[in-house]
Design a protein around this ligand. Sequence first.
Ligand SMILES: [Zn+2]
Length: 327
Amino acid sequence: MYKLKGRRFWEVPCRGRMTWGWRKLLAIRSLIRPFLWSSIGNGAQTNIWSDMWCDHCPLSSFISPRRISNAGFHLQSTVAELVSHSGEWSWPIAWYDLFPVLIYIQVSMFNDRQDRLIWKDLDGNSRHFSSWEVWNNIRHRENLVPWVNMVWFKHYIPRHSFHMWLVIRNKLKTQDRLSVWEAGSATNLNLMCCPLCCYDRDSRNHLFFECSFALEVWNNIKAWTAMESVNGTWADIMSWMTQNSNMQMPENIISRLVLSAASYFVWQERNNRLFSKNQRTAMVIAREIIQTVRLRMLTFQFKWRPGLRRLLEKWQIPSGNMEIDPG
Ligand SMILES: [Zn+2]
């Protein structure tokens, strides 16, 4: 654990000349302090007042420095120093009336080893210290959104999923949104039209997949998914995904991959037509989507289940990609 001049880093005052790294570390002290616990060995390295070593710590949160001092203790007293020779806490009996919670703090069972710093997660479980564990514990948390598994799942294709995240949050720079941002600029908004079908301005719901071009793409790929009965409206697709994206069946994972890829390639085609002269047909894009998902599936190891062989044949995936092949 980091130490500076013999003190643990949360005991160091943040002042004077120090490096950028130290200043940043000191600035997050209060954030990480609740996760750093002391596992008591001989009790000689743990501050009884300010360290986290029992469920009611830190004791300094309810016992003031003045009261500690008046009782004859130091602010630097260790856990070991507060245990008498007879194995009882040596703080004043009167403190039990003032702070009844002290009744529940057991006298530590000391051993020969030194006190050890450990990391406890949000649930109070000891964890191996790692930068991932720290980040996962201190990061800002929002409630889980119902579409989380639709975007982030084990087999996702990163650039497709990131794009899907933008689509769901309606953050793409579609023409309906630009018209709000760029009102007053030289752009003639009245001339804007969907580059795919040349009809009206494009929007999230138009591109996925109400647009006649995008709908043709969707109609050519949905037979490869478990969404064959879902029409091409964004609301219906989201409704199906919200109900089904928790399932781990191969057809379900493939549906998510195909949908993410479709949103990515349709948007790519839209931009190609807007900013260059390259044009592909809906059939070509549909083939690219299926080919991209197939390449991803080639990296899977499928668990055998009824119907899997037919699915793999449809996608031209070798049977060697099945974990258990009963023949
Ligand atoms: Zn269109």
